[in-house]
Design a protein around this ligand. Structure first.
Ligand SMILES: [Zn+2]
Length: 327
């Protein structure tokens, strides 16, 4: 894994590579961001660059150290995660890691350890890590990965250099998904729903998602203020728990964003597999009207996030979407 393999996060890469060139890497890093945004890859790129015997600020990919890291069996790298069937990272796991860091590295200039997800360290484990973070034995490098730095003890946070990883852009996500073997069509379908995370995109169930999109587009197409049942029925069918409703609203946002693009004369849309339905959405209203709808959907999303009743929120939104649909 070299820095060149990481998509996005340009500033973070720049800062890390500069510190490698200056020989001023920190002892302890905290990488915060959604799973699947590139935190782990960046952690491995940093370690590989540090261990590489050829290049100073990146991995060459061909030296013995780089090859061992790529094949996942470099003896000086440890990853600590909760053991199978355990919720937390235990203090015993931390102690075993500390004992190991105290030994001389086998072949690298120093040892390295990734703790993922760091927020799952038990309080005892986190407390036992404090001294290691302050004075890592043998100059070891420790990288903590977390989705939310706020969930860590402030004493752990303050001992690490923090980098915040933004969710991946749609463009980068599409590239990574096709690199992961998805067809361009599947990638285009999943990416808008994935919140900037490769992992989440790969977890989404493609088939049920296709069915749900079709159901959403067909229900929204039928909304009609003169037949109020179309509104309540659609809200009934499409609302669910908060997470499901947010997923629906993300879909609607994605559809109406595309409708706005089409309305503005930009044919390049994300949901290409539903182009016909989206052209219909775009043609029903003027561009400013579709922009207003986009704002209404965003507002509903914020309300549901703040725990508004999903069904009532959708009833209200669907009335706004119905206004303007031809009867
Ligand atoms: Zn190398």
């Amino acid at each position: 894994m070299s820095f060149a393999d990481i998509l996005g996060h340009d500033r973070i890469r720049e800062v890390l590579q500069r510190s490698l060139r200056n020989g001023k890497t920190a002892h302890s890093y905290l990488f915060e961001g959604v799973c699947g945004s590139g935190r782990g890859k960046t952690a491995r790129a940093l370690i590989q660059a540090l261990f590489c015997t050829v290049l100073g600020d990146d991995a060459c990919g061909t030296c013995s150290s780089c090859r061992k890291i790529a094949s996942g069996n470099h003896p000086d790298i440890h990853t600590i995660s909760p053991l199978p069937d355990k919720r937390d990272i235990s203090i015993e796991q931390l102690r075993a890691m500390q004992r190991d860091l105290a030994l001389r590295p086998y072949e690298a200039p120093r040892k390295a350890c990734i703790i993922d997800p760091a927020e799952r360290m038990s309080v005892g484990a986190a407390n036992s890590l404090l001294k290691t973070l302050e004075e890592p034995p043998g100059n070891a490098l420790i990288i903590l990965l977390t989705e939310n730095a706020g969930l860590l003890l402030s004493t752990v946070r303050s001992r690490c250099q923090l980098f915040r990883f933004a969710p991946l852009s749609l463009e980068h996500l599409l590239t990574l998904l096709t690199q992961n073997g998805l067809s361009p069509e599947s990638a285009a379908l999943l990416a808008p729903m994935a919140g900037g995370s490769v992992q989440k995109a790969l977890e989404l169930d493609n088939e049920s998602l296709v069915a749900r999109r079709e159901s959403v587009l067909s229900n929204v197409g039928k909304l009609n203020l003169n037949r109020i049942a179309t509104i309540f029925d659609a809200a009934e069918e499409l609302s669910g728990n908060r997470e499901k409703t947010l997923e629906l609203l993300d879909m609607l946002l994605s559809f109406y964003r595309d409708a706005v693009h089409l309305g503005a004369g930009n044919a390049d849309i994300v949901n290409g597999s539903s182009r016909r339905e989206i052209e219909l959405l775009a043609s029903r209203r003027s561009l400013p009207k579709n922009l207003e709808l986009l704002e209404a959907i965003s507002e509903t999303r914020r309300a549901v996030q703040r725990n508004a009743n999903s069904k009532l929120a959708l009833d209200h939104l669907f009335m706004i979407l119905a206004d303007g649909n031809k009867s």
